[in-house]
Design a protein around this ligand. Structure first.
Ligand SMILES: Cc1ncc(COP(=O)(O)O)c(C=O)c1O
Length: 392
């Protein structure tokens, strides 16, 4: 391997959200396996690009260069075989920000958005903030994974004419499904038939496990893309979430202009200079880093699986098809509602609680984007806590 993922620079004292509990409590045995950023040093070219830009002492309003558009188009073609035109790209700060902007731009106050469940919290939290009602289309649990309930989804839309948008998570956080073209066509055909906007959140699209290929909503039949808005970002892929850079791709000109108008209206015609620099450096130089990071994280998932098989067989993890986030399934054990909180405070290992996603509290979301030793420390802390408290 060219890059080393076994060790990383300490984040203690950097105001990292992930490490906040350790900072506040002066812990040196903490294993944060929760919020979706990586404990890996970034690609060196990203740091170099930021330092170089920082050396110029003026940081005024900045437009994206032609090179940035070219690199985005090239990245999406090279990695996912997607054809994007320059004029279809609109820059944004975060993907969650774009989602709020979409809701505000395209839905009237009394109109609703439909999402799957369990789901990444802003899928319902952002509509709550914008006062748009959320309708849930629950996923169906099957042996070894989850599947989309097409009949249930269509029934909900058919019966409630106020549902005007579907917010899809592609690939799916936290259930880790990597949708197929057939599935995407089927869901988007339904949305097209009932005239729904489709927002496809593709922030995890570069984080695909071996044996799977990512399929963008931009690959479905063109006629189903009439109200499609796709969000991409290099932030999960390259561990630069603090730089707040992302972009949406909107094939339909009319919708794009509407979205652009609100972007200008709320002062988003220019984003953070360092975000542009990091995106460019990552897309230009990051192929090999990403390949190695993904393979390291896949080995981490296998490590967790093996650990559970050997040392905690009552727990389960289905190795994800995509994302570096998995669901640790502890439903065979009778556990308290405040499980995740107690693990953080008493065992110094932090997971996202299942309830945050509208899932069972005995399902913990685990983030494997960290050195293997950190993962092992967290699993040991979990097992010890369960043993000491006589849950296993
Ligand atoms: C599906 C999904 N969308 C969006 C985000 C956050 O994106 P941003 O930081 O660009 O708002 C995350 C972060 O974990 C995510 O998992």
């Amino acid at each position: 391997m060219k890059y080393n993922f076994d060790s990383c620079t300490s984040r203690i004292g950097t105001n990292s959200i992930k490490w906040k509990f350790a900072d506040e409590n002066k812990l040196n045995d903490f294993a944060p396996l929760w919020i979706a950023d990586m404990d890996f040093d970034v690609l060196p070219e990203i740091t170099e690009a930021l330092v170089n830009r920082a050396k110029h002492p003026i940081y005024g309003y900045t437009v994206p260069s032609e090179e940035i558009y070219d690199e985005i188009i090239s990245w999406q073609k090279r990695h996912h075989n997607i054809d994007i035109k320059k004029e279809e790209i609109i820059f944004s700060t975060g993907v969650v920000h774009s989602y709020g902007q979409m809701l505000d731009t395209f839905l009237a106050k009394d109109e609703k958005v439909i999402v799957n469940s369990p789901i990444y919290p802003p899928f319902f939290g952002t509509p709550d903030a914008f006062e748009r009602e959320v309708v849930y289309s629950p996923m169906i649990e099957v042996e070894g994974g989850w599947k989309f309930d097409f009949e249930g989804f269509e029934k909900l839309i058919k019966e409630d004419k106020k549902i005007r948008m579907f917010n899809l998570c592609n690939p799916y956080n936290p259930l880790n499904v990597n949708w197929t073209l057939e599935e995407l066509n089927r869901m988007m055909e339904i949305c097209h038939r009932y005239g729904l906007y489709v927002s496809s959140d593709e922030i995890h699209s570069d984080l695909i496990m071996p044996g799977f290929d990512f399929v963008s909503a931009l690959k479905v039949n063109k006629e189903f893309q009439d109200k499609l808005i796709v969000s991409f970002s290099p932030t999960k892929t390259f561990n630069i979430a603090g730089l707040e850079v992302s972009y949406v791709v909107i094939p339909n000109k009319e919708i794009r202009e509407q979205f652009n108008r609100t972007a200008h209206g709320i002062g988003l015609s220019s984003i953070n200079i360092f975000g542009y620099e990091a995106l460019l450096a990552a897309y230009k130089n990051g192929d090999e880093w990403l390949k190695e990071a993904t393979s390291y994280m896949y080995e981490n998932f296998k490590f967790v699986k093996q650990y559970l098989n050997e040392r905690m067989p009552m727990a389960n993890l289905n190795i994800p098809e995509a994302t570096y986030l998995g669901l640790l399934d502890l439903r065979n054990i009778d556990l308290p509602e405040d499980l995740a909180d107690r693990l953080m405070k008493e065992a110094h290992v932090q997971f996202n609680p299942g309830q945050a996603f509208h899932a069972d509290h005995r399902c913990l979301r685990i983030n494997v984007a960290c050195p293997r030793a950190q993962l092992e420390k967290g699993l040991e802390a979990l097992r010890n806590w369960l043993t000491v408290n006589k849950y296993i």
